[in-house]
Design a protein around this ligand. Structure first.
Ligand code: PLP
Length: 383
């Protein structure tokens, strides 16, 4: 079995697992909010992990708010910012190709009276900075834009956009789930106000993530989970020490390995692309000049996507995003890039990981080439 679906999730790094286990046994179960030895011990571990996550993105510890993942971080950032400013008559800008956890949060806010501008990407899947600036209104509270698209791997020009929004007093939220551990992120230098992370995309555990909330100037949010006032009142709930420790170790490893990982992954994607695009009728989805190192998305003209996937039982790849593939509709992201339903449906997203070898890439390419060849033979001229 060959796993080329690391953009959906990654295996737990053995060092992460080992660090987590200590906090699941009879000395590690203390409540980090408790004011006694057991609690203080857990709290120290939580704070050490917070520093590691902050270091991965050039933030300071007090700017990291633990969440259950990036879905929650995105919800907290967007709903929290709009609610704090007073959602009525407010305006927000996002794009049509965000992750569902942003798209559906913005749709929900529309039902509460918020005006939303939905920006279209260019054919390569980038959101042009000038378009964002042109969509600003006096009542714009927030722009929410992903750093790297999870389906195409296309990198958005957030570094160019951030200072322009800061000058204009508009908050910028960035979903950086697919950027963390792949691209350099330095929030000390880049005026992004809110940024979402998820541990399981960089060899940490599922069910833990973080929202960066800038302190200076302070990004203010209305909490979405009320209770004991944890996490500076922004996210109540007893902290899951083992999950947090796992995210901390994963962040430390991601920072240490980023440059090397990125180089290897880019070489693996390039190798796969060479072997597959030598077939006729293979189109790259996404902007090759602005591509994250770990995602390659291709459409195969003239074949049915479902038949293609059915012929690749030994390959873990994704078609559309994992979360929405249950709907069996062609990817809304590829549709927004201008692909027709058929090409959008006949697409595969390949995302190698740390354990992927060149031989895996070659074997995967061979399987895909064979499947495409067979399907075209069965239905010639079906393009
Ligand atoms: N944003 C992006 C870009 C993603 O790829 C994902 C992953 O599914 C998420 C958000 C959601 O993250 P989580 O699984 O932590 O809720």
């Amino acid at each position: 079995f060959i796993d080329l679906d690391h953009a959906a999730t990654t295996p737990l790094d053995p060092a992460v697992r080992a660090a987590m286990l200590e906090w699941l046994d009879d000395t590690g179960y203390g409540n980090p909010a408790s004011d006694h030895a057991l609690g203080r011990r857990a709290r120290a571990a939580v704070e050490a992990a917070r520093a590691e996550v902050a270091a991965l993105i050039g933030a300071s510890s007090e700017e990291i708010i633990w969440t259950s993942g990036a879905t929650e971080a995105n919800n907290l950032a967007i709903k929290g910012a709009l609610e704090f400013r007073g959602a009525e008559r407010a305006h927000l800008i996002t794009s049509r190709i965000e992750h569902k956890s942003v798209v559906d949060t913005c749709r929900y806010l529309e039902t509460r009276g918020v005006r939303v501008s939905w920006l279209d990407p260019d054919p390569g899947g980038r959101i042009d900075t000038a378009r964002v600036i042109a969509a600003l209104r006096p009542e714009t509270v927030l722009v929410s834009l992903m750093w790297v698209n999870n389906e195409t791997g296309t990198i958005n020009p957030v570094a160019e956009l951030a200072p322009l929004l800061r000058e204009r007093g508009v908050l910028l939220h960035v979903d950086a789930v697919q950027a963390a551990g792949k691209l350099a992120i330095d929030l000390a230098a880049l005026p992004i106000d809110l940024l979402s992370l998820s541990a399981h995309k960089f060899y940490g555990p599922k069910g833990i993530g973080a929202l960066f909330v800038r302190k200076r100037p302070r990004a203010r949010l209305a909490p979405q989970l009320h209770g004991g006032g944890h996490e500076q009142g922004m996210r109540s709930g007893t902290l899951a020490t083992h999950q947090i420790v796992g995210m901390g170790v994963a962040a430390r490893l991601a920072a240490a390995r980023r440059a090397g990982d990125a180089e290897r992954l880019a070489a693996l994607c390039a190798r796969l692309e060479r072997q597959l695009t030598s077939l006729p009728g293979v189109l790259r989805n996404g902007d090759a000049a602005h591509a994250a190192p770990h995602i390659l998305n291709l459409s195969f003209a003239g074949i049915d996507g479902e038949s293609l996937r059915a012929r690749l039982p030994m390959l873990a790849v994704s078609s559309g995003s994992a979360c929405s593939s249950a709907t069996r509709e062609p990817s809304y992201v590829l549709r927004a890039l201008g692909r027709d339903d058929r090409l959008a449906g006949a697409s595969l997203r390949f995302s190698p990981g740390r354990a992927t070898r060149e031989t895996d890439i070659d074997a995967a390419a061979q399987q895909v080439r064979a499947a495409v060849g067979l399907l075209r033979e069965l239905a010639p001229g079906d393009a």
